[in-house]
Design a protein around this ligand. Structure first.
Ligand code: TXA
Ligand code: MG
Length: 359
């Protein structure tokens, strides 16, 4: 499916498609979403099919106003109103207890619903023209990197989507911060552009943090880097990817090149001269700019059929939390509940690093 410039006419046609139960990809300030009428369980089922996503993974419902909270949540706690007043429209999703009429297809069978008012003129115009809530996960196939440009959606979903609205590159570049306000103390479920401290300042209380936010780089060089078919991770390129501090990279790069490997380097400050064996992409030094470019850069390196992507560890301070979380997922080696992407299910050879005799 070729993206269409999101002018007023295209937006009206997209709203009509949503009313017919069809799928429309649209830009938000974070990443592109794959939208369907959140009130129509059949349309919502189409999202899971197009993405190849298990039906028990809940979707975020995108809404046009703060008042819409009352259309979807059975109770709207004070904390939700405070956060919406401060951050909506914006990259913050809130989990609240759902009204009985909210389809379980949207919430993955749970009694809670995720809600977000996006801060993008096209998303807001589409919501207004449609007049209801739009359920929309990121418009990528399950476990792949989220799209931050309309062309990425075409690459990911092909003709599985009925229309792709092109609103240019996303400004934030990583998915929204998610806060669970459905019971007890507020809990951070996913770090994003809006930081823990900003939320705590509004709520005047500490957030409960997830037990293992995957933010640390690999502790040591693994003996072997396994094929992506065995690396079942979220937000992941299909090329094996590892993250290291700058100080350890030059030696590692030397070894890999000596082993005839073709590598990609996503650098932050390290300056390495590109050669035919090493493709270097330098990301900006400011966290917001880095986040905006991150998925496009990973996608570009992933398209080059390299043996390995090395990621220079950026700072691990608060503004970098969401970036480190996503890098952790893109470079994780341990399996979780993601199936291997279809395109890389064939077993690739194991790559040995630091051993001159290996192939
Ligand atoms: O920035 C974003 O949030 C983008 C744009 C398109 O808005 N959307 C997005 O959706 O990232 P998705 O489906 O890729 O990620 C949403 C996350 C999932 O991890 C899902 O499990 C969680 O939100 N989520 C949604 N509803 C939930 C609920 N009721 N309880 C717990 N987690 C929920
Ligand atoms: Mg997603």
């Amino acid at each position: 499916m070729k993206p269409i410039i999101a002018d007023a006419d295209a937006i009206n046609r997209a709203a009509e498609l949503l009313r017919q139960g069809r799928l429309v990809a649209f830009p938000t300030e974070t990443v592109y979403g794959l939208g369907a009428d959140a009130g129509n369980p059949v349309a919502v089922a189409g999202i899971f099919k197009a993405k190849g996503r298990p039906a028990d993974h809940p979707l975020i419902v995108h809404v046009a106003s703060i008042d819409s909270l009352y259309d979807w949540a059975c109770t709207v706690p004070d904390a939700a109103l405070k956060l919406a007043d401060r951050f909506w429209p914006g990259p913050l999703a809130m989990i609240l207890n759902k009204k009985p009429e909210v389809p379980l297809a949207v919430t993955g069978g749970q009694q809670t619903v995720g809600l977000r008012m996006p801060d993008h003129p096209v998303a807001l115009a589409l919501l207004k023209a449609f007049g209801g809530g739009i359920a929309a996960p990121s418009a990528n196939r399950f476990c792949r990197i989220s799209p931050t440009q309309a062309d990425h959606v075409s690459e990911e979903l092909g003709d599985a989507v009925d229309m792709i609205l092109d609103g240019g590159p996303c400004q934030v570049g990583v998915e929204s911060t998610i806060i669970d306000l459905s019971g007890g103390k507020p809990r951070l479920l996913r770090p994003g552009h809006i930081t823990r401290r900003e939320i705590e300042a509004v709520l005047q209380t500490e957030l409960i943090m997830p037990p293992t936010l995957n933010t640390a780089p690999a502790p040591e060089m693994p003996e072997e880097i396994r094929a992506p078919g065995m690396m079942n991770v979220h937000y992941a390129p299909t090329t094996p990817a590892i993250r290291y501090p700058a100080g350890r990279l030059p030696k590692m790069i030397q070894q890999l090149i000596a082993n005839d490997k073709r590598i990609g380097l996503l650098s932050y400050q390290l300056k390495i001269t590109p050669t035919s064996q090493i493709h270097v992409l330098s990301l900006p030094e400011q966290a917001g700019d880095y986040a905006q470019m991150l998925y496009t850069a990973l996608r570009e390196l992933d398209s080059l059929q390299l043996d390995l992507i090395l990621v220079e560890q950026p700072p691990q301070t608060e503004p970098w939390r969401a970036i480190n979380d996503r890098l952790g997922k893109a470079t994780a080696r341990s399996p979780d509940n993601c199936p291997a992407p279809k395109s890389c299910s064939h077993p690739l050879p194991t790559i040995h690093v630091g051993n001159e005799s290996s192939a």
